[in-house]
Structure formats: C-alpha cells, structure tokens
Design a protein around this ligand. Structure first.
Ligand SMILES: [Zn+2]
Length: 180
C-alpha cells in the first residue's frame, strides 16, 4: 500500500504578499507515484497579493518545486520565506522569477538556512540502501546533466571507491546526505 504523505500547509505573509507552501499530491511527472522509488512527493508554492481585504492568487505565481513534502515544518517555513524574498519585488517578471524558484531543492533550503555547510569535507553520506557509508571529499563540480542545476559532490565510500552523486538525487538529513 502507498504510504500517505502528510504535509501541513505553511505560509509567509508580509507587506501585502503571501507565499503559501502546499502539497497537492504532485511528483516529478504529474501525480506522485509512491510505487516508483525514483519519484518524490513535491511541494508547490503559490504567490498571492492582497487586493483590498482578499488574497488574490497570482496566475504566474504557482509552481511545483523540487522540494519533497517530507521536509520539516520549520524548513517549509524557511522555503516560504525564501520565495517571499525573491517574489515580493521580482527583478524579472514574476513568472520568470517563479520559474527559477521552481528549481529549488531541499538541499538549497537547508544549506541556505542552516549554519552547517552541506558541502564541507567529511560530511557524512549514506548510500541508497543504507549499507554503505561515505564522507565528502571536498571536491565538487556543477552537474553536467542538461537542465540540472545540482552540484556533484565527491564522496569517498567505506569500500574505498569515490563517486560524484548529484545533490538533486540526495536528501539532506541531520547527519549529512542520503542518496535517493
Ligand atoms: Zn544533476
């Protein structure tokens, strides 16, 4: 049976602009498919403007992110605040700004918000099956995959091998990274 994803909506409101973060069952391609290990339940953000006493949903300000709905409420609030900062006075059109924001990942939210440097040498990494443990080598390069804005981080595994997983394929945990 599919596990249900529980996510409580959060919002950040200031100066007549509100950003809401919600989970409406989306994944990487349409609906989230819990049977597919490559898929993740993804959060959506909505930018709203106050019009009189009402909140008006901006048609250009609603996008699905790369951030999984499994992040903490505190992290979701940081996400809302971050989007608010970019969307309240967009440098480009709101649509373009929000398109860019839709690429945001939980790793970016975590690295931006916490004092911890997620690319720091010796940060712990767990393999997908949890059987192998590794540490970051401190080497990094931008992901060469077309359209990917992730970073490839060098990992030295306990068996001596070195790989460069993409931050887009990992999730931040308290101890460091977990490969998805
Ligand atoms: Zn990548």
């Amino acid at each position: 049976m599919a596990t249900k994803v529980a996510f409580k909506d959060v919002s950040y409101t200031k100066g007549g602009v509100r950003v809401e973060i919600e989970y409406i069952g989306e994944g990487f391609s349409g609906d989230y498919d819990p049977e597919n290990p490559e898929d993740k339940p993804l959060l959506r953000f909505n930018v709203m403007h106050r019009v009189g006493r009402e909140w008006d949903q901006d048609s250009d300000g609603s996008f699905c992110t790369q951030v999984p709905a499994t992040i903490s409420q505190e992290e979701a609030k940081r996400l809302a605040r971050h989007i608010w900062q970019k969307a309240q006075k967009p440098k480009e059109s709101l649509k373009r700004t929000c398109e860019r924001l839709s690429w945001i990942t939980d790793a970016e939210i975590k690295s931006r918000s916490s004092k911890k440097d997620w690319t720091m040498k010796k940060t712990k990494v767990m393999s997908r099956d949890g059987k192998l443990e590794g540490v970051l080598t401190g080497n990094e390069r931008s992901c060469p995959m077309v359209g990917c804005r992730g970073t490839r981080l060098g990992v030295r595994w306990s068996d001596g091998s070195v790989t460069y997983p993409c931050t887009r394929g990992m999730i931040g945990r308290k101890y460091g990274w977990k490969i998805l």
